[in-house]
Design a protein around this ligand. Sequence first.
Ligand code: UD1
Length: 369
Amino acid sequence: MKGMRTLYLVAGARPNFMKIAPLARALRANGASLGFKIVHTGQHYDRELNEVFFDELNIPPPDVFLAAGSGSHAQQTAKIMVGFEEFCQARRPDCVLVVGDVNSTLACSIVAKKLCIPVAHVEAGLRSGDMSMPEEVNRIVTDAVSDFLFVTEPSGVQNILNEGKPAARIHHVGHVMVDNLLYQRDKLAVADTLVFESSRLKERLGAYGVVTLHRPSNVDARDSLERIGTMLRNVAQRIPLVFPLHPRTRRNLYKFGIPLGDRVVLTSPLPYMDFLNLWKDAKFVLTDSGGLQEETTTLGVPCITVRENTERPITVEQGTNVVAGTDPDKVRSEVFKILDGRGKPGQRPDLWDGKASERIVAILARELA
Ligand code: UD1
């Protein structure tokens, strides 16, 4: 027995914060053998993509902030690597835990591995097969250097076995993001929802769909964003849409001068609870997000994914997700199916039960002891 071990939880961008929140809770509950510190890389820095999550998800303040900020992929990744390496050399952790597939995940896993510090990857094994997605590169490299691979769905286990990882390193534990979602949903049930911007919108609109789109392949080029514009205007003729805008999408809609019409209500990025309050009661969600495909499946809300592929096939095989591609007519017909009561039913996948973080902490406490 080597005494208290210290785990560094790395988070950098919006989709990371909801994944470290339940891990921090489970680590606190575990107590004696595993301590933890939070490393914030600073990949996201705007209050609305960052601080609001720390506040309302009750994540302890970061022990270190690397202030990486934006830049090209190489600039951003390199800046995180340099900062994280200095930090790891000064205060050597016993294990570095990274979540998801953003540039911070990639950067910190490589740094740790080269310092011979064990790496745990939460949400390992997901593959879209689309190497033009920066996240796909991040996933493959992170898994290649990870010692503990915590997987959310069976396809992930198979993918990393196919890449030659030993079965003993792969743990199918369920999904920490689902842990967080179920926890926050229970809090929402007793919260004062009148304070939310989304409550006012819900009252005004009655029935509505929710949209989130920010993938470079959808929003960075004029052609693809114009196609999205056509898609949203078409759908909105039948039902109003609420579209919280990621800064990348907002900037490009403005740059290319693409109108969405007054039946598409644009908002700033919403805090977690405000957004959950909105989408849980939507008729459907139209998205290119990875996490939202899983969250909608968890709560049984119909989801139409505006991409050609998904790295989360269980949401299609068992859940409410339909991968529709980016053709406006196809998306409209999927929306109409749902509104006409012909949407596809779904069920919650195995182990998406709110206990994934506990399983992960139990495994790490045992293996690092
Ligand atoms: C990143 C992740 C993506 C994730 C998304 C969620 C990578 C490769 N991509 O994409 O997987 O789905 O986060 O949001 O890691 N910006 C701000 N304020 C901020 C941060 C960014 O205005 O706090 C703007 C900047 O103009 C920046 C742009 O958004 O250049 C893109 O930010 P970046 O972190 O590079 O990637 P995301 O598109 O957010």
